[in-house]
Write a protein that binds this ligand. Structure first.
Ligand code: PMP
Length: 370
């Protein structure tokens, strides 16, 4: 029996994530230098771990209300309250992925066009397609800065949503306040909903990253997370903030899908929001400098201001990002080809969330491939 016949059309075209493919390859190599990992290399700070353990021991192991623990929601609302005329609606989600899925599931109708800058985070085109929308990547090559005019040119009568991701995965670029303001004005003029994926917000190295909630909170769904900020990617914690009528429906949809974020992780989230992560952020700022010093002059790149990635142009003799990544893997260094995040295949992504010594060694090998 051809069991595949049971697969829905939306499932047939789903490819294994290009990042996961490299991740699996890493498992088959002996001691690779792994620059492909999209998560912090530090462990969860002890007080946050202890809060999760204490919650489990105290029996906080059942469901919470769908929206999330009231204390956690209040703390989240306090962080952004100054941008909203009334206390904002908050929904605690199962990671930012949960927030993204609910946001798009609740807003995309068949045929709606959803714009996002290219390069983009891998989930965006998949999720938009699953809900019947049309993903419209807008190229930000070569410098990956957000030019409002480029976005404007891609808007049609069917455009409904704009997904922004700053600090950006894979480029590390943080959108400046002036461009963000112009984009928000454009969203007002063309009546677009903004979904702002700010999962790397706490890892901003050149001053705080600007958010569309500063200019257009009335038409923004804000997505933030705990995974990258506190090293707890496996705990599946994120949250969304947005206009009440949208959040109410997303919350209703969470009842039938994720139900709630994991309760012990929510208790830990309360402690996390009060934990000072400055020393961790400083460590990543320093690692960014190490990569910059090692690779400047060898590869073309826009200096990243956030996250823990560099998006580097593959040297000419390799022709494509994929060809370069294959050459790097031959030398036991894992990176991710740019076409995983883009319609183009000219670049590759490295994550510098690794030990300094590994960073130096890996960069030397990358240089040897120029
Ligand atoms: N958005 C971006 C831009 C990401 O890089 C990631 C994780 N790599 C996510 C969302 C998903 O985050 P989470 O693990 O919180 O679901």
């Amino acid at each position: 029996m051809a069991i595949e016949k049971f697969l829905a059309e939306r499932a047939l075209n789903v490819q294994e994530s290009g990042i996961r493919r490299i991740f699996n390859l890493a498992a088959s190599l002996k001691n690779p230098i792994n620059f492909s990992i999209g998560q912090p290399d530090f462990d969860v700070p002890a007080p946050i771990k202890e809060a999760a353990i204490a919650a489990i021991q105290a029996g906080y192991n059942g469901y919470t209300v769908t929206q999330g623990l009231p204390q956690l929601r209040e703390m989240i609302a306090d962080q952004v309250a100054r941008y909203y005329p009334e206390p904002p609606s908050v929904l605690v989600t199962s990671g930012v992925s949960g927030g993204l899925m609910l946001s798009l599931m609740a807003t995309v109708n068949s045929g709606d066009e959803v714009l996002f800058p290219d390069p983009y985070f891998v989930s965006y085109p998949n999720l938009v397609s699953w809900f019947g929308g049309k993903p419209v990547p807008v190229s930000l090559y070569p410098d990956f800065r957000l030019d409002p005019k480029t976005l404007q040119a891609a808007i049609t009568s069917k455009t409904k949503i704009l997904i922004l991701n700053s600090p950006n995965n894979p480029t590390g670029v943080v959108y400046d306040a002036e461009s963000m303001k112009a984009i928000c004005r454009l969203a007002d003029e063309r009546d677009l909903l903004i979904i702002s994926d700010e999962i790397y917000r706490d890892l901003s190295f050149d001053g705080p990253a600007c958010s569309p909630i500063e200019f257009a909170p009335h038409r923004t769904i804000l997505l933030r997370g705990f995974g990258k900020s506190y090293g707890m990617t496996g705990w599946r914690m994120g949250y969304l903030v947005g206009p009440a009528p949208l959040v109410t429906q997303m919350s209703n949809m969470q009842q039938y899908t994720f139900v709630c974020a994991p309760q012990p992780a929510q208790h830990a989230g309360i402690v996390a929001l009060d934990t000072d992560m400055t020393e961790y952020v400083n460590a990543y700022r320093r690692k960014r400098q190490i990569v910059e010093d090692e690779l400047r002059g060898y590869f073309e790149f826009t200096r990243p201001s956030g996250g823990f990635y560099f998006f580097l142009r593959a040297p000419e003799r390799h022709e494509t990002g994929t060809a370069f990544v294959e050459a790097a893997i031959e030398k036991n260094v894992l990176c991710v080809p740019g076409n995983v995040f883009s319609r183009k295949d000219s670049h590759f992504r490295i994550s510098y969330a690794v030990k300094d010594e590994v960073l130096h060694r890996g960069c030397q090998i990358l240089r040897s491939l120029v």
